[in-house]
Design a protein around this ligand. Structure first.
Ligand code: XMP
Length: 531
């Protein structure tokens, strides 16, 4: 196993993720763990992370002596390289600002770490790596026993190596994807240099996480808001695996869910997993508060507020306990690592992020509950893998994202039950056909080939003709986009045949809709949702 010592970088979790991708078990611990801890950990290799600030002069930010005494390979990344240099007797020139940027690094010599993994070779025969570089402090004198491993134009010492001890330092960040060969480099370190075994798989993570949850919770009870989304579903399945009936899920149906969604969630969690699920049908309450409201932000606010109200009321009941139960002490949430980073929580480690489909910040405090977040260290794709390892169906785990306010922002203007019912049926047809339509070039279906696809209800009527009669019915728009980060998105070039089939089915099967359009706007300037 690999030990990662965290000096406070925002991207330390990415190092762990890359190591896990190499199927090697790793743990992140703060840089100031004790020598005893390091000795008993028994790492095959140690990685020293970067640091968020230029803190070269902070003498506390050092690797414990046991790191060097343990005689295992060490990789220092950015700040990790600086502390390695200083602790091994070299010199670093401090700077007070740090910035990141693209750079081309030239490899020197044939080190075990970099040899053969360059991006290109210059006419002079130098191996070159395209990296994400951190500019700031600089190594100015190599420690005894070290040689130059890499350099750039304005950073003569961008990598150092002591091959005899397996010590390597790089000023760039191999953990970020901008460093093209970063994954290969980290793999090289953990597998070839440290000699760690590539035998870690997601099911191992289930065991570890289950053990941790049991230790944390003991015999106390936990409440979790289940939305049907990926994160809360995986969190629920994991916690249920760990503590069974000590977990109660609360599923709030606001009446703006997709077709049969409530039924599916109940079948999966209450039916198949035998988890305790309280199903709250609050649709009348939500729709009541939304009546007459047309402004999108206003609608979001109302849905978010009502959600918190309903959830709080249920949680308070569960907290109070009853005859056999002493009451819940924990609120579980499906917070995943990117949520933690967004809130700045990764830096302070203290900030707690509230992940739910609405921003319910402060809920654990208001309810006087402790917070349980078992997915906090994982990235989205790892959460999905974990879900599959827990036995959740892939269709559930690999679902497109669905906004918290649900169909509330996919019905333009005022939300009415009649509109929601029409939209649900049209949308289910669209999704079903996307799943059915396979692209011959890739062998994937169009649901997999799009990042998000849905139907939007337009509360306007247009004229049509059906059989012998004239119709005057509503319009829907189909929306399908491809994106990697949801910040920018392209509309998907769905096959005409697929669009034709979807449109035909919706108009024939959903009485009340007589026109289907396809949205050909990209983001920006349009957004993915229509509201
Ligand atoms: P836009 O429409 O801003 O959407 O391009 C980007 C992504 O965010 C989702 N989205 C939301 N998710 N609550 C959510 O939980 C919301 O109010 C909300 N608005 C948009 C949207 O579905 C897309 O994936």
């Amino acid at each position: 196993k690999i030990l990662i010592l965290d000096f406070g970088s925002q991207v330390t979790q990415l190092i762990a993720r890359r190591v896990r991708e190499a199927h090697v078990y790793c743990e992140i611990h703060p840089n100031d763990v004790s020598d005893d801890f390091i000795r008993s950990f028994g790492a095959k290799g140690i990685i020293l992370s970067g640091s968020h600030a230029s803190t070269y002069e902070d003498a506390e930010l050092r690797a414990p002596q046991a790191v060097w005494d343990s005689k295992v390979p060490v990789l220092g990344i950015c700040y990790g390289m600086f502390t390695m240099t200083v602790q091994q007797g070299g010199e670093v020139e401090p700077a007070h600002e740090r910035e990141f940027g693209y750079a081309e690094v030239r490899a020197h010599g044939h080190t075990r770490l970099l040899d053969g993994i360059e991006d290109f070779i210059t006419p002079e025969g130098h191996g070159m790596l395209k990296v994400w570089m951190s500019h700031g402090d600089k190594v100015t004198k190599l420690p005894p026993g070290f040689s130059l491993m890499a350099s750039t134009g304005n950073c003569p010492i961008a990598g150092i190596a002591d091959e005899s001890r397996g010590y390597y330092g790089v000023q760039f960040h191999p953990e970020v994807t901008h460093t093209v060969q970063g994954k290969a480099l980290l793999e090289r370190f953990v597998l070839n240099i440290a000699g760690a075994k590539a035998d870690w798989i997601m099911t191992d993570h289930v065991e570890e996480a289950v053990k941790r949850i049991r230790e944390q919770v003991g015999d106390e009870e936990v409440i979790l808001g289940l939305s049907g989304g990926v994160d809360s579903s995986v969190a629920a399945a994991l916690i249920h695996r760990a503590i069974g009936d000590q977990l109660t899920c609360v599923f709030v149906d606001h009446g703006l869910l997709r077709l049969d969604e409530g039924k599916m969630v109940m079948e999966m969690f209450a039916g198949r997993l035998h988890a305790k699920v309280v199903h709250v049908d609050a649709s009348a309450q939500f729709l009541g508060h939304l009546a007459g409201v047309t402004d999108p932000e206003q609608k979001r606010k109302i849905i978010g507020r009502e959600f918190v109200e309903v959830f709080k009321a249920e949680a308070a009941k569960l907290k109070a306990g009853d005859g056999g139960h002493k009451g819940a002490q924990w609120l579980a949430q499906g917070t995943i690592y990117p949520d933690v980073v967004e809130s700045g929580g990764a830096k302070t480690k203290k900030a707690t992020t509230i992940k739910s489909h609405h921003n319910v910040g402060g809920l654990p405090e208001q309810l006087g509950l402790k917070l349980l977040e078992p997915l906090r260290d994982l990235f989205k794709d790892e959460v999905r893998e974990l879900g599959v390892a827990l036995g959740l169906p892939p269709e559930m785990v690999y679902r497109h994202p669905f906004p918290g306010p649900g169909l509330g922002v996919r019905i333009l203007g005022e939300v009415k039950k009649e509109y929601a019912d029409l939209l649900r049926r049209a949308d289910a047809i669209f999704i079903e056909e996307l799943r059915n339509w396979t692209d011959s070039a890739t062998g994937k279906n169009w649901y997999e080939l799009t990042s998000q696809a849905f139907t939007v209800f337009l509360p306007v009527k247009s004229v049509g003709v059906m059989g012998d009669g004239r119709t005057y019915d509503y319009v829907v728009a189909l929306r399908a986009v491809q994106t990697s980060d949801f910040m920018t998105a392209d509309w998907a070039e769905l096959p005409y045949g697929l669009l034709k089939k979807v449109s035909g089915r919706i108009i024939n099967e959903v009485r009340g809709i007589n026109r289907v359009t396809y949205d050909v706007s990209s983001k920006p300037p349009a957004t993915i949702e229509w509201e």
